[in-house]
Design a protein around this ligand. Structure first.
Ligand SMILES: NC(=O)c1ccc[n+]([C@@H]2O[C@H](COP(=O)([O-])OP(=O)(O)OC[C@H]3O[C@@H](n4cnc5c(N)ncnc54)[C@H](OP(=O)(O)O)[C@@H]3O)[C@@H](O)[C@H]2O)c1
Length: 278
């Protein structure tokens, strides 16, 4: 496992397990447990996924079966738009912690910017309160465009450590990633496998055949080679293991460029400039 380092000196494993569209069921618990037992140290969930209880149970069982310490894990959850507003953040955070059975998160994200700039800034101030009170290790954002970050950075005192956004070879996000690099804010990709659609791409398959890896491993490695934190979701034990097995090779510059050229600025998720959560 490789780590990235935030501007505040804290580290985050570059690869984690995504849990979107995983029901609050034993399948969720088993996926999380299997991931940690296989070597994952980073799990991504959100209040709106409605699975924080089972994610928490999977974490608890894995801590017991592996004997590793909670401090070796990196757990992320996200604040949903319905809980925005500075005065609501602490309660929403406490609710997520309670469901997860944890006493702190490694990363808490504002899930979307929303369309009300004043509310966005006010909410971030609630995130800052949590951070200043040492209740959370790191605070960040998700789905923020440069225009959102411009507004945020102009008015707040603590910068987000990371921005989790849709990113895959059909959505290269070059302008946004350049912006983040200048600001020393890390990029993290959601739907890195384009919800499995990118695995059917001929170029991805060609590169996979060339190097004797699977299409999923190629795309996950492409994220890592771009320095982007990546959280592929799977509930299938063999795929959970396959997706972790990406640290014994690197793509060549030519292979990375070939994959970059697939860009079509194509999203599978909502447009962050318009999304209100409804
Ligand atoms: N911040 C946001 O707004 C936001 C939005 C969306 C997602 N996310 C986060 O990002 C994570 C990842 O995104 P995602 O869940 O949308 O999609 P994804 O990771 O791009 O794709 C998941 C799909 O790919 C399949 N898959 C996984 N590994 C595979 C492999 N090795 N071979 C073949 N198929 C494979 C999974 O199937 P099985 O599970 O059946 O194995 C599942 O159907 C989420 O789970 C969530 O944590 C965040």
């Amino acid at each position: 496992m490789e780590n990235i380092t935030f501007y505040n000196g804290n580290e985050m494993p570059i690869l984690g397990l995504g849990t979107f569209r995983v029901d609050n069921s034993d399948q969720c618990k088993e996926a999380v447990k299997h991931a940690i037992e296989s070597g994952y140290r980073h799990i991504d969930t959100a209040m709106i996924y409605e699975n924080e209880e089972k994610v928490g149970e999977g974490i608890a069982e894995a801590l017991e079966s592996t004997g590793i310490d909670r401090s070796e894990l990196f757990i992320t959850s996200k604040l949903w738009l319905a809980d925005y507003g500075r005065d609501n953040v602490a309660d929403a955070y406490a609710t997520s912690l309670k469901k997860l059975g944890l006493d702190y998160l490694d990363l808490y994200l504002m899930h979307w910017p929303g369309t009300d700039e004043a509310l966005m800034i006010d909410t971030w101030q609630g995130m800052e309160d949590l951070y200043k009170d040492n209740k959370v290790k790191n605070i960040g954002v998700s789905n923020f465009e440069p225009s959102h970050l411009d507004a945020l950075l102009a008015q707040v005192s603590i910068k987000p450590v990371i921005n989790q956004v849709e990113f895959h070879p059909y959505l290269l996000q070059q302008k946004l990633r350049n912006y983040l690099e200048v600001q020393n804010i890390h990029a993290e990709s959601w739907s890195p496998l384009m919800n499995a659609q990118i695995l059917e791409d001929e170029t991805v398959q060609q590169v996979a055949t060339e190097i004797g890896k699977t299409p999923a491993q190629v795309v996950i490695r492409w994220n890592i080679d771009h320095g982007v934190v990546v959280i592929p979701k799977s509930v299938t034990p063999s795929r959970i293991e396959e997706n972790l097995n990406v640290f014994d090779f690197k793509l060549t510059t030519e292979q990375i460029e070939k994959l970059d050229q697939l860009n079509e600025d194509k999203r599978i998720g909502p447009n962050p400039l318009e999304f209100t959560g409804e």
